[in-house]
Design a protein. Structure first.
Ligand SMILES: Nc1ncnc2c1ncn2[C@@H]1O[C@H](COP(=O)(O)OP(=O)(O)OP(=O)(O)O)[C@@H](O)[C@H]1O
Ligand code: SF4
Ligand SMILES: [Mg+2]
Length: 334
């Protein structure tokens, strides 16, 4: 059983024991190390964790933009990790990605109308009305008028406007899942809310499912239905957004929330530890070198992701939330 699937429907995405390693001159980088989770249709799953925790690698591996070392990814009835290049290419319009740096993601020499039409020209079977109409609709969805912006080039727009153009390009293809990798991190706070609202409105209008990566806990809280917390390539915790923020079950989630700007939570006693190298991650629980609750067992045994009541999953031998422990144990093993 996948401990995090609370839906009665089949999940839209099922990720099982996914591993991504990068061979480098210095050794093997353990970027993603056996992650298992589901994404339900129509939800926004926020993914948080500090720099280097494997968030971007995970998204890229789900999309087969980075080769995986092990495990599987299923999207609807298709096992993406088994697919050849051509069938994967045909699925790409359904699985669209929004990157962190909007300016770099747009070709500076092309007009906006051609940038937004790019995907429709590559995948003509995504054209249901006409290219021009879908480009106009995509721009309209991000509050831009093709008559005003269509013939301009990216250089004449701000970062926030470029991100809106990048979102229009994705939406013009009528995707099923939007993979957002820090889509507002490079933007001024004043324009972040506008872009987040656009993603939310597009999700509602088109019935999108969204995976939303950010290191900003406030941003993730505002957009997510569930949140997944990563540390050094592993999942610490996955839970509905209100549960994560009100009562984190994993000591690392607690540390993240306590050290967030404006937090009223008391800081845990030991916040000083450095994040270990992904070239040689700690044995057992990878968070043990910084965890104020670590015990011998934490070095000997990696904690599995197990179910807690309320659709939560936590990977900790001594979680902070232990209500209905018996029920939790039963749920984790069923
Ligand atoms: N192409 C690569 N070759 C070698 N190591 C890589 C490569 N890409 C990422 N890494 C390493 O893999 C680990 C995970 O990186 P990743 O970019 O996925 O983290 P992240 O959570 O997205 O971080 P950030 O918040 O900084 O974007 C890091 O240690 C990173 O240095
Ligand atoms: S398993 Fe141990 S070291 Fe890891 S988070 Fe839980 S208490 Fe801390
Ligand atoms: Mg990243």
């Amino acid at each position: 059983m996948n401990t995090t699937d609370t839906s009665t429907q089949d999940p839209l995405l099922r990720v099982e024991d996914l591993v991504v390693q990068y061979p480098t001159d210095a050794g093997t980088v353990h970027a993603v190390s056996g992650v298992t989770f589901d994404v339900h249709r129509g939800e926004t799953l926020g993914i948080v964790g500090e720099s280097g925790s494997g968030k971007s690698t995970l998204l890229r591996a789900l999309l087969r933009l980075t080769p995986h070392t092990g495990g599987s990814v299923r999207y609807r009835d298709t096992v993406l990790t088994d697919l050849g290049e051509e069938p994967m290419r045909r699925l790409r319009p359904s699985l669209q990605m929004i990157m962190q740096d909007p300016i770099a993601s747009l070709n500076p020499r092309r007009k906006v109308r051609d940038i937004v039409a790019e995907g429709l020209r590559i995948w003509p079977d995504r054209v249901t009305t006409s290219v021009e109409e879908q480009v106009a609709a995509g721009l309209d969805a991000v509050g831009m008028d093709i008559g005003i912006v269509g013939d301009r080039r990216p250089g004449s727009f701000s970062g926030g406007q470029c991100q809106r153009i990048a979102i229009a390009r994705a939406l013009a293809l009528r995707p099923d899942v939007l993979f957002c990798d820090e889509p507002v991190s490079a933007l001024d706070v004043s324009v972040q809310a506008r872009v987040l609202n656009l993603v939310h409105d597009a999700k509602e209008a088109l019935g999108l499912t969204v995976l939303f990566v950010s290191h900003d806990l406030g941003v993730v809280k505002s957009v997510s239905d569930r949140v997944m917390v990563m540390y050094l390539g592993r999942i610490c915790e996955i839970a509905p957004v209100e549960e994560i923020y009100e009562s984190p079950a994993h000591p690392y989630t607690n540390l993240l929330l306590s050290s967030a700007p404006g937090s009223h939570r008391p800081a845990p006693p030991d916040l000083t530890g450095e994040t270990p190298s992904p070239l040689d991650p700690p044995s057992g629980c990878r968070f043990r070198t910084r965890c104020p609750l670590a015990q011998e067992r934490c070095a000997a045994q990696a904690p599995p992701l197990r179910a807690l009541p309320g659709g939560r999953g936590v990977a900790c031998h001594f979680p902070l939330v232990t209500e209905d422990r018996d029920e939790a144990e039963a749920g984790a093993t069923s």
